[in-house]
Design a binder for this molecule. Structure first.
Ligand SMILES: C[S@@+](CC[C@H](N)C(=O)[O-])C[C@H]1O[C@@H](n2cnc3c(N)ncnc32)[C@H](O)[C@@H]1O
Length: 194
């Protein structure tokens, strides 16, 4: 059981963010400089909408964020946000443009059975990596939340081949009881790179 009403939960409530997750992406940005003003961002697993609220302000009116989630948002999307309600495993998923940055805060529905949850998280992360290879611009950046495990180690090795730089990061705003980490890959070498 986690302490639901901890510091970041209360801070998010007070500052009007849809989720505590908002603070995690700000920490990632501070450390790695993932996006720029005016950028085009794909936010996978965007409900209830905490990251969208942050990203909307960060990219400004010249930027655009496409959010994807199978659940509805709990915020009214700002003007520079387009939201698509769908499952990321859907074979029909496609975008008209490539993105400067792809972020995934996707989490499977947790069962509490560690190996099951870890495997589902790996499946999601792999799908995100596949989408990134299709829809990330050259030199673009990718952030994927995942629960660590053996399969994830293989995914990391694969990601390292396609990006200039790679790091694993645990934001302060992550619940102390959570094992989640963020894979941060910057400088995509391009779709043609093998
Ligand atoms: C931790 S929440 C994301 C929080 C979000 N970043 C925010 O700031 O509000 C994880 C999200 O992943 C979504 N999700 C999990 N599996 C999915 C799938 N296969 N397709 C689409 N969305 C999925 C869930 O519906 C949930 O909204």
């Amino acid at each position: 059981m986690y302490e639901r009403k901890d510091h970041f939960y209360k801070k998010a409530k007070k500052e009007g963010f849809a989720s505590r997750a908002a603070y995690k992406i700000l920490e990632i940005q501070k450390k790695f400089g993932i996006w720029k003003k005016g950028g085009l961002i794909l936010d996978l697993g965007s409900a209830p909408g905490g990251w969208l609220q942050i990203l909307s302000k960060e990219v400004g009116e010249k930027g655009l964020i496409v959010g994807v989630d199978r659940s509805p948002l709990k915020i009214s999307p700002p003007l520079n946000v387009r939201f698509i309600q769908t499952d990321i495993h859907s074979p029909d998923i496609a975008f008209e443009q490539r993105f400067d940055c792809i972020l995934s805060d996707l989490s499977p529905d947790l069962s509490g059975i560690r190996f099951r949850d870890t495997y589902l998280s790996f499946e999601i992360a792999s799908r995100v990596f596949t989408l990134a290879k299709q829809f990330l611009k050259k030199n673009g950046n990718l952030v994927i939340k995942v629960f660590p495990g053996e399969e994830v180690d293989r995914l990391k090795s694969e990601m390292k081949k396609h990006f200039e730089r790679f790091a694993t990061f645990i934001p302060e705003a992550t619940r102390k009881t959570s094992s989640e980490v963020y894979l941060v890959a910057t400088g995509f070498k391009g779709a043609a790179h093998v």
